[in-house]
Design a protein around this ligand. Structure first.
Ligand code: SF4
Length: 421
């Protein structure tokens, strides 16, 4: 890690406004959202300087270890009453491709993952019209009864609002019920960009910014941690992006309940709003440099209060995720057996990442790999490559053959949605 005076000398030749923003970060002055917009325009040498400063701050704030979690996604239904324009995962009630896993199958998948070394299951799904008020607590209880050691990371704020409404229970009380049933943390998804005018464009009927904040802060108030996310690279402006980061930072200052920030690139290939041209000007996701800028700025803006900035290999691919380790990132997320939501949107990076593959990429970036749990407790640091034994998650070369693809699930007669309602 370079010392700050050395780093300052590297800023020679950088554009004055970018240099002023970076020097402020190095001096531990908070980066304003307006300065974030300035940094979002960094190109060439300015971009290299931005990455250098983000990497420096990552080393100061999070050290040299890069973490990952062994987990499994169980997207238990793709049937949804909403129709977010970016979502290629959901199906309508009448679709022939609608599926719903019953509780027995959810538990079977959770146990299978735990037997292979997973410490977490992530349950997220569509808002099925057949759901009942106690479905989500029932799922938590069933998984915990089978494997009490598994951490349940589940239910976006959108699902929490839906479940609470079905249960006719205030959100806070519903969250308490879920925690009693075994819920360990919430994914901070369904945030996209927290700007209601934009949300009305890309996802009419989605929960509002106020409702997202209401669920997240209620969770934090009862000691239930959440992640924080942002979906970027669609029709949002740089100002909306930076205000989103600023909002997350202010919530974190109040509650301290976010475990990490996860930027999520918009995956366009199967997204309705890209394919049907219903929304003008939808790009095919962010460019590579745009992704790098966003991650680096996130480190500079959020790093003082969010120790953990996670790269999503599902969205970015492992190659770009590896480079992001030099742009502010200190976590590579989960191994994600059966990731379906990005895969259905056209992401090409697969449903699963072997832990040994992640460790190889981390070491090749000059860092130290470590397996963590959901709440960032270190479970095992692989600081000596010569003692790095094969992981228990020992999969055949084609994980789809072992676990089944999203496509296969949408066609499986046994899980056809109509049969479960
Ligand atoms: S993003 Fe979630 S709420 Fe929106 S349509 Fe897709 S599954 Fe439904």
């Amino acid at each position: 890690m370079q010392s700050t005076p050395d780093l300052a000398s590297c800023l020679t030749g950088v554009s004055p406004d970018i240099r002023a923003a970076l020097e402020g970060c190095l001096a531990d002055r908070p980066l304003s959202w307006q300065q974030g917009v300035t940094l979002s325009r960094a190109r060439g040498l300015d971009l290299l300087a931005l990455c250098l400063c983000a990497d420096h701050m990552r080393a100061r704030q999070a050290g040299e270890v890069v973490t990952y979690v062994v987990n499994r996604n169980i997207n238990f239904t793709n049937v949804c009453i909403k129709a977010c324009r970016f979502c290629a995962f959901s199906r309508t009630l009448r679709s022939e491709q609608g599926y719903m896993l019953d509780t027995e199958e959810v538990v079977r998948r959770a146990v299978e993952a735990a037997d292979m070394g997973a410490t977490e299951v992530c349950l997220q799904a569509g808002l099925a019209p057949s759901a009942w008020g106690r479905l989500y607590p029932d799922l938590c209880r069933a998984v915990k009864a089978a494997r009490p050691d598994l951490h349940i990371h589940a239910f976006s704020p959108e699902e929490i609002k839906y479940g609470a409404a079905l249960a006719r229970t205030p959100v806070r009380d519903y969250l308490i019920e879920l925690v009693d049933a075994g819920l360990g943390s919430l994914p901070g998804t369904s945030a996209e960009i927290l700007d209601d005018a934009l949300r009305d464009q890309i996802a009419p009927g989605r929960i509002t910014t106020r409702e997202w904040i209401e669920v997240i802060t209620a969770a934090h108030s009862i000691g239930l941690p959440t992640t924080a996310t942002m979906m970027f690279g669609h029709v949002e402006t740089l100002e909306q992006r930076m205000r989103h980061l600023d909002l997350l930072r202010s919530i974190q200052a109040d509650t301290g309940g976010f475990t990490e920030f996860v930027p999520l690139s918009f995956v366009h290939a199967e997204a309705p709003m890209f394919l049907d041209h219903s929304l003008p000007g939808v790009p095919p996701g962010p460019t590579g440099d745009d992704v790098i800028r966003l991650y680096a700025i996130a480190r500079l803006m959020l790093g003082p209060s969010f120790r953990n900035i996670q790269a999503s290999w599902v969205k970015e691919g492992l190659r770009q995720s590896q480079w992001l380790l030099s742009c502010g990132v200190n976590d590579l997320g989960g191994t994600l057996i059966n990731e379906s939501i990005s895969t259905s949107a056209g992401a090409q990076h697969g449903q699963l990442m072997r832990p040994s593959t992640l460790r190889h990429a981390i070491r090749d970036a000059g860092r130290i790999p470590a397996q963590r749990n959901t709440l960032y407790d270190t479970l095992h640091t692989f600081d000596d490559p010569s003692t790095d034994t094969p992981e228990p998650l020992d999969l055949v070369s084609d994980p789809d053959a072992t676990f089944g693809s999203y496509h296969a699930l949408t066609l499986a007669p046994s899980f056809r949605y109509r049969k479960s309602v």
